[in-house]
Design a protein around this ligand. Structure first.
Ligand code: TRP
Length: 464
């Protein structure tokens, strides 16, 4: 008999691990800067709408596929598509997911590695020295990015930590790490939100975030909000599917999905409140919004009392958030090798982790470290220059939305109404009209919205 599949020890274990996957650089690094670029208010509102109407239903769908099949991303489609329209072709969705996980992890870990460098600098006092002269910090950051040895070193350290945790498996590795890291993360974040409350820029930050002005929102901003809702919730490539496959039958999928989406959203909004309060407290000019996290915040931190402490705390927070996300990305690839290739977990984790580490070195040296790899540009837009830019563009603009669309179509149109209803009510009890609402969203509303993103990308709308 096959070995029994690993499970989370309880409801909390699953929710924390999945929330850990969702909450990451997407919330703390990407969301604040795209919100800044899109002028806040209206963008935030559209983002919240996308989470509710597209994110939540697809989150539910992925968990249903995983728990129903008890398999990895490829195995889930292999088992669930048997005898249905499209048959084994649906496995392609799983393969796309595993490949996307491989690609995203390879470059995500490079950015995550920067946080290690910043923690070390905050603790050693080096960051304080640089932060008192904004130009020095900018210069430092530029040199750091283009130093191939340092980029590879910190990327490798981050991959090492990720591999080390996934190696120990679902219970002793992933769940234990999430239970340790997530409460720390939530506590630090709550402290920083309270801290920002007392800064003079708090009121302006709230107005910026919550007073919508639709004339300031462009069409591409709408699409960007929708696209980001996939990335931030870890949807579209089978990460939630894989974590769902370890979920106990007696726990409720709808309740878990709502909790995860709510936590992710609260953290993203909190990150904005913290950063904008601090930025608006000073007449600080944000020169390049994508580097707010690494070149603007330290400057402002050190203008406040306790800057060394706050900044060390802050980068520890970012590192933890990124780590629980990289774990989930590696687990998608590892569980595929374990289930489908029959590898033992240790071999799967070490081999796949090493391959991703190696592939990631290309991204690591593509931010100035290596001229050729930094300049190649197949897509031809400024933001898609270099290996890193190309991979991020392909993953977030193509692989995740296409994967998400196919997952929605499969769950809504290929699985039967009774099958999905049974899985959703298992551990929850009768859902009544809520089931009909979800089914409408997953069959019609979500595919239509995601289809609109994909069509607009094809027509050339910039939604990066
Ligand atoms: N959601 C994470 C973030 O916001 C990143 C992430 C982890 C992810 N796993 C994923 C994104 C799977 C897409 C798919 O940082």
């Amino acid at each position: 008999m096959a070995k029994e599949r690993a499970q989370w020890t309880g409801r909390l274990g699953f929710v924390l691990a999945a929330a850990g996957s969702a909450i990451g650089l997407g919330n703390l690094w990407k969301f604040p800067y795209i919100t800044y670029e899109n002028n806040g208010g209206a963008f935030v509102l559209v983002y919240l709408g996308a989470i509710a109407l597209v994110g939540v239903p697809i989150m539910v769908a992925e968990i249903v596929l995983g728990r129903r099949s008890q398999k990895n991303a490829v195995g889930a489609f292999r088992v669930l598509a048997q005898g249905k329209a499209g048959g084994q072709l649906w496995r392609g969705v799983g393969f796309l997911g595993v490949m996307t996980g491989f690609v995203i992890l390879s470059y995500y870990s490079v950015i995550a590695g920067w946080t290690i460098r910043y923690i070390l600098m905050a603790v050693s006092g080096e960051l304080g020295g640089l932060a008192h002269h904004p130009a020095d910090l900018q210069a430092f950051f530029g040199e750091f990015l283009s130093n191939p040895y340092q980029q590879i070193l910190f990327h490798s350290l981050f991959m090492g930590a990720t591999i080390g945790i996934v190696y120990f498996g679902v219970g002793r590795g992933i769940e234990r790490a999430a239970k340790l890291l997530m409460p720390v993360l939530l506590t630090i974040l709550a402290m920083l939100v309270i801290y920002s409350f007392w800064t003079p820029g708090f009121g302006e930050a709230m107005r910026f975030l919550f007073r919508p002005n639709f004339s300031e929102l462009s069409a591409s901003g709408v699409l960007e909000a929708l696209g980001h809702s996939f990335f931030t919730l870890s949807l579209g490539m089978g990460a939630m599917l894989t974590y769902g496959s370890y979920m106990r039958k007696r726990d409720s999928i709808p309740r878990a999905a709502l909790t995860i989406c709510a936590l992710d959203t609260i953290i993203a909004i909190s990150a904005c409140i913290i950063m904008f309060s601090i930025i608006f407290s000073f007449d600080f000019e944000v020169t390049k919004s994508s580097t707010i996290l690494f070149t603007t915040l330290p400057v402002v931190f050190f203008q406040l009392p306790g800057g060394a402490f706050v900044s060390a705390l802050f980068y520890v927070l970012v590192a933890f958030a990124a780590l629980t996300s990289t774990i989930s990305l590696l687990e998608v690839v590892s569980s595929y090798a374990i289930d489908e290739l029959g590898w033992p977990r240790r071999r799967a984790t070490l081999t796949m982790g090493a391959a991703i580490l190696a592939f990631g070195t290309l991204s690591a040296v593509s931010m100035g470290g290596n001229a050729a790899l930094s300049n190649i540009n197949f897509i031809g837009r400024p933001s898609t220059a270099g290996v890193f830019g190309t991979l991020d563009y392909l993953a977030s603009n193509w692989f995740l939305p296409v994967g998400g669309l196919l997952i929605a179509l499969f769950t809504g149109w290929i699985l039967s109404r009774d099958e999905t209803r049974e899985e959703l009510e298992e551990g929850n009890g009768p859902l009544g009209w809520k089931f009909s609402l979800w089914r409408f969203l997953i069959r019609v509303a979500a595919p239509a919205a995601v289809g609109a993103i994909i069509v607009s990308v094809i027509l050339g709308a910039e939604y990066q």
